[in-house]
Design a protein around this ligand. Sequence first.
Ligand SMILES: Cc1cc2nc3c(=O)[nH]c(=O)nc-3n(C[C@H](O)[C@H](O)[C@H](O)COP(=O)(O)OP(=O)(O)OC[C@H]3O[C@@H](n4cnc5c(N)ncnc54)[C@H](O)[C@@H]3O)c2cc1C
Length: 481
Amino acid sequence: MAAAAFLLPAGGLGAASRGLAAARPQTAIRSAFTPGLFAAARPMRAASSALMMATSTYKVVVLGGGNAAGYVAKSLVEASPDTSLCIVGREEVLPYERPALSKAFLFADPPARLPGFHTSVGGGGVRQDAAWYADAGVDVKLSTEVTGVDVTTKTLTTAAGDTVVAEDALIIATGAAPIALTKTPGWGLDGVYTLRENAEGLRLYDALQAAKGEPVVVVGGGYIGMEVAAAAATVGCQVKMIYPDKHMMPRLFTPEIASHYEKYYTDKGIELLYDGRLCEEILGDDEGKVRGVVMCKDGEKTEVAAKVVVVGVGARANTQLFDGAVEMEAGGIKVNGSLESSAAGVYAIGDVATFPLAMTGGMTRMEHVQNARETAAHAVASILGKSSGDYDYLPYFYSRVFDLGWKFYGRNEGTSVTVGNLKDGLASVWVDDGKAVGVFMEGGSDADTAAMVALARNCPAVDVGALKAATSAAELLAACA
Ligand SMILES: Cc1cc2nc3c(=O)[nH]c(=O)nc-3n(C[C@H](O)[C@H](O)[C@H](O)COP(=O)(O)OP(=O)(O)OC[C@H]3O[C@@H](n4cnc5c(N)ncnc54)[C@H](O)[C@@H]3O)c2cc1C
């Protein structure tokens, strides 16, 4: 079914169409029904004056309609179906598994498209499409920008002037936004892309299709840079990656791990321009379209041609609405082990939350989908009084590029031992204070994944000499058992 069939209006879908008296929010109609396609589905609001604002009240309200929000709906509907829930989000589509955007969404034929990857398919749950939300009685206000928040009364104000009140709990799930190179000349040119939301993904897909056989520059050598470069090369673009680090994915990969992927990328025809190289300027033609970038290293400038420039240089948590209203830490909203912020009844989950990592005691913020899923479930349990303790997250990262796919569990601290190669299996184990604390593996079976989880959870004492003697990824894992 076409994605357009699932576009919901800013007025939302769910409460008005579900007929669940117990779960129905109290809607004080003071306002206009927000313009949209679903006027017929919202007769109460449609009947109101076009000049008035609406106030809706729910037990639980989620601000942000992304990955984590979808898992809040899943958990709350499973655990307490009569608790009224509203999700308010800026995007025009229902919550989805965001990692899809830089993978089969960009290169597959046919490409992955909504509604195929709505939450919670990535976490092994059902696909929560429009019918699911309607059946569950969850109100989702799409295309709705929240412009103000009162954390004391747990009230959201939308750009249209409507208010949404959370009686019991407000969950902040605003995620993060790509860092924009606004100070780089040429940033606003036609042909410069970032990738975070479905609409951006659709635009980038079209741009890559139109750039088959033509030069594409990807700025950044992290997650997004690696995945987008691989997708663009698969589409048939001539890809160059520009990043200042000595290796790809420096936050996680050791130089040894990175070198395997770097060779794979260059074998696929991707040119790597790295080690101190920065994109200093984006160049445009007379029509305002991108024609290249100026790359700089040690003061030496080089022009690199590009029909498309994709910038993936990291993200910042969307905390702006809460400046001064709740405590912040490490660039995110500080929460406790229940995921509750410094404002009572206000929770933060997913990319925007800085939470205590139980295994180390330190505060951390994680921009990874598994954390979005698990914080959502934990916040719901906390709100319902069903949590069995503090949030206890095992850091887990994964990525897929070309026909490769890696996973990492635990902490990448201490020294590391790497064994194998991309074809036969590549694995690394990090050893800190005599204990295995983190493990990376390219490929691997379900049994390997179970072994990786056990290792990262149990942190067994290991003999580095024995690890170094391993001749394969399987032997390396076995030496940690
Ligand atoms: C292209 C891409 C690929 C990724 N790949 C991987 C991967 O392979 N593995 C992995 O572990 N992680 C990956 N991630 C990270 C993962 O997607 C995020 O960790 C996850 O989406 C976080 O969920 P979230 O709900 O916190 O934020 P999001 O999913 O970003 O949702 C936040 C939502 O809030 C909305 N919002 C923000 N402010 C407002 C406002 N004021 N009013 C209304 N709505 C608002 C946004 O529009 C957005 O819809 C990827 C991310 C991207 C962008």
